[in-house]
Design a protein around this ligand. Structure first.
Ligand SMILES: NC(=O)c1ccc[n+]([C@@H]2O[C@H](COP(=O)([O-])OP(=O)(O)OC[C@H]3O[C@@H](n4cnc5c(N)ncnc54)[C@H](OP(=O)(O)O)[C@@H]3O)[C@@H](O)[C@H]2O)c1
Length: 329
């Protein structure tokens, strides 16, 4: 039987990885969801023979037809789209921060996914890309990691409200993207020619990282091979910030200057958007103190799945990418 997999976020980093992998699997047929069928990313997917359907997670009425006939749904939400959109500022309520507003949007999107999935006849599997509830797991110590809390609380809603659907759900905790190093993470060249990295935390704790483009699809396929109900930390490699920087320097044949451990207050000053540095800084400190998934003992790594996929290590990622634009900046 050919199974229909419906892919949310197909024009983005996560969804396109799912699409590229599942295109190679003869037992699946694909339907991608996008808000804009005419965008260059959508047009490029259409030219690869992928069928697309219009859908907006902020408009629940668009979801039933988008999910109709699905055997499997891969669901992801994008906290950062509205966060970086300057027009969001005018939508904020009195005393509402940008993070709080985007949290509400994302939480509602995840609820919309569960509401529609619960009504999708014939649905067998739902893999949701998610993160953990940082505020709760840290006992209230970190209150500003909105892009994690909204996802996690949306999943908690689905679990509480739809027990039958819940039996078909797997959670994929997506780790730090290795692609963040292609521009989002700022590497610093010192006057003596050495390179340094400054982030929140000691930089010494191994953390999960993933080549999302290359490997998320294979991880989701491996999750689907087994029974539902899994919680998987989709890590391709576990490596500390400091070791990542050292390996990056070694592979690019430049001197490693070291890692700077920054307090959240200092880190926050590097970001022009109010709240962004605090949100990311608290997330980094949480990962350092509590671990990426807050020490949840039910969470497994891809290597513990029935058919573990071959994943890209950080060293392999650095080797296969071109870094001259950063080295020569
Ligand atoms: N960067 C990291 O290290 C990291 C780590 C873990 C988790 N994450 C999470 O990853 C998520 C972003 O995923 P990504 O990197 O794949 O995003 P991306 O590359 O920026 O793409 C966003 C995708 O979401 C879709 N989308 C956005 N708003 C939508 C809406 N209202 N309705 C339907 N689709 C919508 C977009 O589709 P169209 O524009 O075509 O409609 C696009 O396909 C964020 O929530 C972030 O917290 C990031």
């Amino acid at each position: 039987m050919i199974k229909l997999i419906v892919i949310l976020g197909i024009t983005g980093e996560q969804g396109s990885s799912i699409a590229s992998h599942f295109l190679t699997l003869p037992s699946y047929t694909l339907r991608g969801l996008t808000r804009k069928l005419t965008s260059p990313a959508a047009q490029s997917l259409l030219s690869r023979g992928i069928s697309l359907h219009a859908c907006d997670l902020n408009d629940p009425s668009t979801l039933p037809s988008a999910f109709a006939g699905a055997h499997t749904i891969f669901a992801t939400t994008d906290f950062w789209g509205p966060f970086y959109n300057p027009s969001t500022q005018s939508a904020l309520g009195p005393n509402q921060s940008l993070g709080e507003y985007c949290y509400e949007i994302e939480l509602q999107q995840v609820k919309n996914i569960f509401d529609a999935a619960a009504k999708t006849e014939g649905l067998q599997r739902l893999v949701i890309s998610t993160l953990v509830d940082v505020q709760t797991l840290s006992g209230g110590r970190y209150e500003n990691v909105f892009h994690c809390d909204g996802k996690a609380r949306g999943v908690a809603y689905g679990r509480a409200k739809y027990p039958e659907l819940w039996g078909k759900v797997d959670q994929a905790f997506v780790p730090n993207y290795m692609s963040n190093w292609l521009g989002k993470i700022k590497l610093r060249k010192e006057e003596d020619g050495s390179w340094r990295l400054g982030l929140v935390g000691t930089g010494a704790r191994p953390l999960p990282h993933l080549d999302v483009e290359a490997d998320l699809g294979a991880i989701v396929a491996a999750i689907l091979e087994g029974r539902p109900g899994k919680k998987v930390l989709a890590a391709g490699d576990m490596v500390s910030w400091s070791d990542q920087m050292r390996i990056w320097c070694e592979m690019n044949k430049v001197p490693f200057g070291g890692f700077d451990s920054l307090p959240i207050e200092v880190f926050d000053k590097f970001f022009p958007i109010p709240g962004l540095g605090r949100e990311l800084g608290e997330m980094m400190e949480f990962m350092e103190v509590f671990g990426y998934v807050g020490g949840d003992p039910e969470v497994v790594l891809p290597g513990q799945l029935e058919s573990p996929p071959k994943l890209t290590s950080w060293r392999e990622y650095v080797e296969k990418h071109e870094w001259s634009s950063i080295l020569n900046a």
